[in-house]
Design a protein around this ligand. Structure first.
Ligand code: SF4
Ligand code: SF4
Length: 237
């Protein structure tokens, strides 16, 4: 995103709308955007923060386009063929039956709007998981960005592109839980951003959640919560 300095009147209205604090006012009281920090998410423009049409998309090419397609949720990503960074099915298992009773679904979310992430951080996790045989969700946006999903690698050219958040989606047999947690613990020290681990697990008929007990026994703090489908999932049964 760029600022048209001829049009900018220095009102500062755009500044608080940027999720990563990339906009600041310079000594001439004009808005300036730090292009290294800018996600190209378009939020400052899309919310109509500037009444003077001073915010404009810049011409983009090469790896920077990944930043634009991955972070701007209104734009269809030509690589993944979809908008957004996760699949609706993760949250609608009662409709899709994506995760069987002996399976656990994972969504590893790297980055948050203010701190962000890059594909180098994501790759540290995906390569570690691929090393224990994890197969990533073939339809998930993060998998579709990969160069080789069997190795968990991304194209070298996009590794340092900034992203607001990436969701690494996969499922595994419940018996894999201890190995997955062990791998995540080992790799977490190398990750230069925040990340959280979502687990999708079916409740038993009596309401118990055995997978929660397994993870707790491994010393992990768990916060169980229920998700309610709102009809966004694609039924496959
Ligand atoms: S809202 Fe528009 S006019 Fe105001 S500081 Fe930002 S770019 Fe300049
Ligand atoms: S495009 Fe997004 S990251 Fe860039 S300045 Fe606007 S709000 Fe901030």
């Amino acid at each position: 995103m760029l600022v048209d300095r001829e049009k900018c009147v220095g009102c500062g209205q755009c500044v608080p709308y940027c999720p990563c604090i990339a906009i600041h006012m310079d000594e001439k009281k004009k808005a300036v955007i730090d292009l290294e920090r800018c996600y190209e998410c378009g939020i400052c423009l899309l919310v109509g923060s500037c009444k003077f049409d001073a915010l404009v998309y810049q011409e983009m090419s090469g790896p920077r386009l990944t930043r634009y397609y991955y972070n701007n949720v209104l734009v269809k990503n030509p690589v993944t063929g979809m908008t957004g960074r996760g699949t609706a099915e993760m949250k609608t298992n009662e409709l899709t039956n994506k995760y069987a009773a002996d399976e656990v679904g994972f969504g590893i979310e790297l980055g948050r709007p203010d701190v962000g992430a890059n594909f180098r951080d994501v790759q540290l996790i995906t390569m570690a998981l691929a090393g224990i045989g994890i197969k990533f969700d073939a339809g998930a946006p993060t998998t579709l960005e990969m160069e080789d999903p069997s190795l968990g690698t991304f194209p070298e050219a996009i590794l340092d592109e900034r992203i607001i958040c990436s969701i690494v989606e996969f499922k595994a047999k419940t018996t894999m839980l201890p190995r997955i947690i062990d791998v995540l613990r080992k790799v977490e020290q190398k990750i230069d951003t925040v990340f959280s681990v979502d687990m999708v697990s079916r409740a038993q008929v009596d309401g118990s959640l055995p997978n929660v007990d397994i993870v707790k026994s491994l010393g992990v703090t768990v916060r169980p919560n229920a998700k309610t489908t709102v009809g966004l999932g694609r039924a496959n049964v």
